[in-house]
Design a protein around this ligand. Sequence first.
Ligand SMILES: [Zn+2]
Length: 307
Amino acid sequence: MLQQRTIKTLTRSVGVGLHSGQRVELTLRPAAPDTGIVFRRVDLPEPVDIPVSAEAVVDTRMASTIGRGGAKVHTVEHLMSACAGLGLDNLYVDITAEEVPILDGSSASFVFLLQSAGVELQNAPRRFIRVKRAVEVREGEGRNLKWARLAPYHGYKLHFEIDFAHPAVDSTEQSAEFDLGSGNYARDIARARTFGFTKDVEMLRANGLALGGGLDNAIVMDDYKVLNTDGLRYDAEFARHKILDAMGDLYLIGHPLLAAYTAFRSGHALNNQLLRALLAQQDAWEFVSFEREREAPQGFASPVAAW
Ligand SMILES: [Zn+2]
């Protein structure tokens, strides 16, 4: 049987929120089978649990925000991406502010934390959402066109194309592909950082965003070049980060997907619309689990890949 997974012991981290700039403590704790991933605002007078789901997404400007009854958690996508990449089903995420810490702007620190805690196999079958029919969402036209699509695939792979007319981005590949069955998330995707442009920073800060952002937790570019002295971590780091984001956004559906995701200039908003469009078409998907490991997609039954 392909089993559900949680972590073995609790683990903690402290950082700042990318947009709020607030100090925040994060505690990741094991959770029982079929709990799913649940964010808990432990700083509120009465702690509020926010289980992830496509419908729990209440804001997608600059980051994915989930909420329940007025309580919110911003910027959940990088931690969710690490959970998707490591195949974790059940986890409590206790948080002392309304934004997940940005750490180094990638999901590598979350992967490190989760792997240090150890992965525990649980006595319950993993429940996948298998896409049976292609579903696509689109926005804009011509130069403003964006789209994202999920299609049937026995496994999970993502292809992302960006289109930034910027010399530093242009000098790298503007597309990337990742297959969870044959690739290694920690090695190929997790270290890709979020990115931004100095010309946008003033506008963002005037709107109370990116207050915690800087060269320690983002690739920052002026009109011509990357300002980080160490340069890029990967070829196609920009496109790889968009895959990292998409894996996090899509994992908010609450189950691992069996699908091929393809996207052109998509973002948090369109990724969430894609999940809602899929769920709205009941003949386009089904729940599946694997009693026999050999029936599972290649690579899915193996233990979590190490660094
Ligand atoms: Zn991101």
